[in-house]
Structure formats: structure tokens, C-alpha cells
Design a protein around this ligand. Sequence first.
Ligand code: SF4
Length: 231
Amino acid sequence: MKKFDKIYVEITNICNLNCPFCIDTNRKKEFMSLDNFEVVISKIKNYTNLIALHIKGEPLIHPKLKHILDVCFDNNILVNITTNGILLNENIQLLSNSKSVRQINLSMHSINKSIQEDSNKIFKAVKKIHFINSNIIVSYRLWNLENIKENNNNIEILKLIGKEYNIKDIINRSQNEKFIKLDEKVFLNQDVKFDWPDLILDKISDKGKCYRIKKSYWNFGKWRCCTLLFR
Ligand code: SF4
């Protein structure tokens, strides 16, 4: 049994969206090099079997994503990818054929324009991914639960998800169930709005466990692996 269920590795802080709830950062915008990624993996592989390619930034825009997934496979590490879904269609083959991809998390709360069009594109891409590789877990995430009644975007997205997966009472169920199974290996995952951790804050979160990020984060040059776990 390895020490951590999962370690988050930020391979880029660049994003193709600009969500209003996302924090600004003063860090230089860049992609982690493949060399640095290999160093990170060599240092964490004895501590976990699973990494999440996301903190800030959109992992699907990383130009070396295929190589990154290959490095993970070569080191027996599985990968969860969290994406806003904008580039899911362009990455169907890559994600479906990668032997390291375990789960794709789709941040549906990031969609705020062309909701129907963008959601339908994501649904179609998910079907194609599962046609090629039915083992990949897909999680549609709506992480702004506290506003569900006032948030028209959420209601629209929930209705679209319900229609797509034939869940007729999805709006009612979403009030009481954080996790709803939509299909084989497909889930809806709701949670309250995520507050980004920040080193200037004394209090980071009431949830999860803080593994003393302020003092003991591992520093790999400019990049770091966050040891703050949210469950
Ligand atoms: S998709 Fe994620 S990383 Fe990109 S702007 Fe939105 S919240 Fe930030």
C-alpha cells in the first residue's frame, strides 16, 4: 500500500478558459517540460499509484501530453485527467488509447456560454471514448452546489445530462444526491464551490487533510506537487 491515494501534478498553468471563479496567479505561464515531468514521476512513484494531472491550467493543451501519459504507463502510474472539455473531441484517440488514463473528470461548471452546444459536444466525445475504451471512468463535475437553485446554468446542464442519460428526475435527485450513476462508468459528481488553496491563507480548507503544504511541499525547480488531499 503506497502512502498517498493520489498526488496532483500540475503540468501547465495555462488554460484556454477564464472562469470567473478561478484564481489569478502571478506565476509565469508555462508548460512543464518532459524532463521535469520525468523527474517528478521518479520522485513520487514510490508514494502513489495514481496522479491527477490538474491543479490550475488545462492539461489537454499540453503539447507533450502523449509523452506524459507514456511516462506514467512506463512507471505503472494511472492518471486522472480533469479538463474543461473544450478540447475533448480533439483528444479522443489519445485518451482512449492511452493505457495510463483511468478517469476523465469534466468540469461542467466551467461551461457558461453555448451551454447546449458545448455540452452536446462533450457528450458525443464521451460516447466515442467509451466506444474505443469502455474502462475509462467519466465523471461530470458540477462544483457549485450551493447555488443550484439560483444557478440557471447548472439547471440547464443538469437537464441536458438528464436527457442524454435518460435520468428523468435528475433535478430532484441532484438536491439530495452528490453522486449519481448515469451509465456504466459514467457519473455525475456534485460538490460545493472549490476554494483554491493559497499559501497566504492561514486556513486552507475544512475538508480533507493538510499535509503541511506550507512547510513540506516537495520542490522540483519551479514546480511543486501539492500534498493537500481533498477527499
Ligand atoms: S477551466 Fe479550470 S483552470 Fe481553466 S480557467 Fe476555468 S477553473 Fe481555471
